[in-house]
Design a protein around this ligand. Structure first.
Ligand SMILES: Cc1cc2nc3c(=O)[nH]c(=O)nc-3n(C[C@H](O)[C@H](O)[C@H](O)COP(=O)(O)OP(=O)(O)OC[C@H]3O[C@@H](n4cnc5c(N)ncnc54)[C@H](O)[C@@H]3O)c2cc1C
Length: 432
């Protein structure tokens, strides 16, 4: 009899942790686990702001799937469609012909994508903050803008280079802005004629609060802290247009910038709508509390792409965050195994514990089990909590080494933006 195949779509939080648990608990020859992801690594997203700020080396916030999932089959490429009717998925490797993958059990975990609005100029001039590529490109870009500002006599070019706009005041936007501003303020010391006060950092948020994850009081406190640092926190304001990098806000203000970061929320990955999966009106996969897809006995989904009932808040669904994703993965793996072995599944249940956020070196804010922390204790908790959660001893050690080195040496201030065009000089040489 053929060994059943468990196909996991996405090797992020849910995908990687599910596969890890399955490879540990499956008996030899019981099933083959295939993980398909666009990348060959899992990204620990809560550390992206620290990677952007240069506190953690970029490679240390990603986990190589082939190393940790050494008993799974890893496929790098894009799943373009998943069908339940004939238990097949279409897969496009990065090169070569597409193939059809047959599976017996399915775990859908492609996560979410940035929720863009039809704002003129946004898609052309903005950048998101969800991937390691975006975080590092942004770090290089910000440092590159300081280089530009310090090397031009033109006040208009300088003003534009030193204006940084972030849209969306959730943890991704606030942490990214706060960490990058902190890094840029530090870097200014090394740029002739530049000081923190020359930069303009703007946070645009449509609602009347920021950082809802830490509660209203801590959100207000965070806004106050950012303002004390000279950051403009504009709540109740929307981005109307960003054509040619000319920003128009809903309060009528207009200005130019070279940096527009869009962190105004996420939506379930559109892949879940590309086949015949049961999807709700918000584009999430419909699952029961055991994360089994409605109408099936072999397909599961969890994380940002799924509407997992929150049993601690009847009638509600788990919000899209890592805290749920990592715990759902554990229950999900057990339920896949239980299904495989004809045993009963168990429901997922976790009471949201709260959130921690870093706001730059030694600065943070947190709300855990109703307890509010601010400043250094919150920052320390942010680092300790995420370090504990970071997969593998190898990654944990490397991150501690990065932090330790950072205590003794100043941060790197070099922009390696040119790394994105490595053949530029060579091509120029060929022309001369
Ligand atoms: C900057 C930032 C900071 C955050 N901080 C926190 C925090 O402090 N606390 C917290 O709880 N949460 C935080 N989150 C949210 C958290 O990271 C997500 O909720 C979590 O990653 C969701 O897990 P997931 O497995 O559903 O998706 P992901 O971890 O995003 O994994 C999805 C995977 O699917 C892959 N994929 C996508 N499309 C395809 C395709 N077509 N074919 C194959 N593979 C595909 C992707 O490459 C990715 O590896 C943060 C998010 C960001 C962006």
């Amino acid at each position: 009899m053929a060994v059943p195949r468990i196909l996991i779509v996405g090797g992020g939080y849910v995908g990687m942790y599910t596969a890890l648990r399955l490879q540990r608990r499956l008996r030899r020859g019981e099933a083959l686990v295939t993980v398909a992801d666009l990348d060959s690594y899992m990204t620990y997203q809560p550390f992206l702001p620290e990677a952007a700020a240069g506190n953690i080396e970029a490679r240390h916030v990603v986990v190589p799937l082939r190393r940790v999932l050494n008993r799974c089959q890893i496929l790098s490429g894009r799943i373009t469609q998943v069908r339940l009717a004939d238990r097949r998925a279409e897969f496009e490797p990065h090169e070569g012909p597409a193939l059809t993958i047959a599976y017996d059990y399915l775990v859908m975990a492609p996560g979410s994508i940035s929720r863009l609005l039809p704002i003129p100029g946004l898609a052309e001039n903005g950048i998101g903050f969800k991937t390691i590529e975006e975080a590092i490109a942004l770090r290089n870009h910000v440092l590159g803008r300081l280089d530009v500002a310090a090397s031009t006599p033109d006040p208009e070019v300088r003003r534009r280079a030193l204006t940084f706009v972030f849209v969306g005041g959730g943890y991704a936007g606030v942490e990214a802005l706060a960490e990058l501003e902190d890094m840029a303020a530090d870097a200014c010391k090394y740029f002739d004629g530049l000081s923190r006060a020359d930069m303009r950092w703007v946070l645009v948020e449509a609602t009347d609060r920021i950082l809802p994850e830490v509660g209203p009081d801590m959100g207000r406190w965070t806004a106050q802290q950012l303002r004390q640092r000279g950051i403009e926190v504009r709540m109740g304001t929307m981005l109307k247009s960003a054509e040619s990098c000319h920003i128009v806000l809903s309060d009528g203000e207009e200005f130019d910038t070279d940096t527009l970061v869009w962190t105004a929320g996420v939506k379930p990955h559109p892949l879940v709508r590309a086949g015949d999966l049961p999807v709700d009106e918000k584009g999430r996969v419909r699952v029961d509390a055991g994360m089994r897809m409605h109408g099936t006995d072999f397909a599961f989904a969890a994380g940002d792409c799924a509407a997992v009932p929150d049993l601690t808040r009847p009638g509600e669904f788990c919000p899209p965050n890592a805290q749920h994703a990592v715990r759902q993965a554990r229950t999900l793996a057990d339920n896949v195994l239980a299904t495989l072995r004809g045993q009963p599944r168990r429901p997922y249940r976790h009471k949201y514990a709260g959130s921690v956020a870093s706001l730059g070196l030694y600065k943070g804010v947190a709300q855990i089990y109703g307890r509010e922390l601010r400043g250094f204790p919150a920052w320390f908790m942010h680092r300790t909590y995420h370090l504990m959660r970071m997969p593998t001893f190898n990654r944990k050690t490397r991150i501690v080494m990065d932090w330790t080195l950072g205590m003794f040496f100043p941060r790197e201030i070099v922009s390696l933006g040119a790394i994105e065009e490595p053949r530029k000089e060579f091509t120029l040489s060929a022309r001369s």
